[in-house]
Design a protein around this ligand. Structure first.
Ligand SMILES: Nc1ncnc2c1ncn2[C@@H]1O[C@H](COP(=O)(O)OP(=O)(O)OP(=O)(O)O)[C@@H](O)[C@H]1O
Ligand SMILES: [Mg+2]
Length: 328
């Protein structure tokens, strides 16, 4: 038997599992690391989300599952992963599932491989391949984009959350874990309504689009990091114009789904990389082209067609550039 197979849990061991007080592990981790250190650790990858992290930690510390809700590209997944890594209550520090609409309940729970079970017996390490709901025992399970799960998979998850047991073809396996889920609001495409029973078991924590000062700081930091190996630095005017543009659009009543922080970072670094390839300085026109093309496919709103949307973005970019010029 190879090394990996040796490490697979046997069904008989899984059936003998003891309960693990995960809330206690979280509380101990917060006590021993110190909440200020945890927040400082988080600031190394995300800006302006310390308060939201405290909301997540306070939920987990009393055994509540948490759902981070917010628009596209504002740091939900990174936040879930960072919080779990900083807590570090198990090894590895978390299990993660990228949820999607075709995910089956068996993909979450794991299943018995009948062919192996028949040949080698039910207790062969490969007779039962455990899914993430079983593997997450004693730790944190990140369910990324939980509201993409179809109702059947949601039901399997609900059972595990509610009873702390996962049922696999009649076998009852203990599994204690705390969930940090991420989700987009229901106006986004490809999402299911989360069942009330499931939603009711989660503490909802909202992330909003960052305000202009925080956005400026994020853009400066992340776009410069992407360009560092090219030896290119982001000029202040680029950050200023993009921060103005993004903030105005995210607050505009015409727009239902605003731009993402991610698209803002990509727009700046994309424009500068293009200028670098051509061996010249970046112009406002480069920035405009890159910003509009990056943002056009993310935002949604009251536009009758794509052309109208692009024209709106071009106009808004000119307004933001004029506003930045007035300030300087
Ligand atoms: N507050 C922030 N501070 C620093 N970087 C940020 C912040 N918000 C987003 N980012 C950056 O934007 C990118 C997107 O982050 P992430 O994937 O975590 O967002 P998300 O909300 O999960 O997006 P999606 O809705 O598309 O899944 C990452 O590169 C992240 O570093
Ligand atoms: Mg995400």
């Amino acid at each position: 038997m190879d090394e990996l197979t040796e490490k697979m849990p046997r069904l008989s061991n899984l059936l003998r599992r003891e309960a693990v007080p995960v809330d206690q592990l979280v509380a101990n981790a917060i006590r021993s690391r110190g909440v200020n250190n945890i927040v400082a650790g988080l600031e190394r990858s995300l800006k302006g989300l310390g308060d939201i992290a405290l909301d997540i930690l306070s939920g987990l510390a009393v055994g509540r599952h948490v759902m981070i809700m917010g628009p596209v590209g504002v740091g939900k997944t990174t936040l879930a992963e960072e919080v779990a890594s900083l807590l570090d209550i198990s090894s590895p520090p978390y299990m993660e599932v990228a949820c999607h609409s075709h995910m089956t309940a068996a993909e979450l729970t794991g299943d018995i491989d009948i062919a192996v079970a028949l040949q080698a017996g039910l207790d062969h390490p490969l007779a039962f391949i455990p899914g993430p709901l079983v593997m997450a025992h004693g730790g944190i399970l990140i369910l990324d984009e939980i509201n993409r799960l179809n109702p059947y998979s949601q039901a399997a998850l609900l059972q595990a959350l509610q009873e702390h047991f996962v049922f696999i073809r009649g076998f009852r396996i203990r599994s204690d874990f705390l969930v940090i889920a991420t989700s987009n609001p229901s106006e986004y495409s490809g999402v299911y309504e989360l069942s009330e029973a499931l939603a009711d078991r989660m503490k909802v924590v909202n992330i909003n689009y960052p305000d202009k000062d925080v956005l400026r700081a994020i853009l400066n930091w992340k776009a410069n990091a992407m360009l560092e190996h090219l030896g290119v630095k982001v000029p202040d005017f680029a950050v200023e114009v993009v921060a103005n543009f993004m903030t105005q659009i995210s607050q505009d009543g015409l727009v239902d789904i605003g731009p993402s922080v991610r698209s803002s970072i990509y727009a700046i670094s994309g424009a500068l990389s293009r200028a670098w390839i051509e061996g010249r300085d970046i112009s406002l026109a480069d920035l405009k082209k890159e910003v509009v093309s990056n943002v056009a496919h993310v935002i949604r709103g009251n536009f009758s067609n794509d052309e109208e949307k692009v024209n709106y973005l071009l106009r808004k970019f000119d307004d933001a550039a004029a506003l930045s010029r007035r300030k300087h």
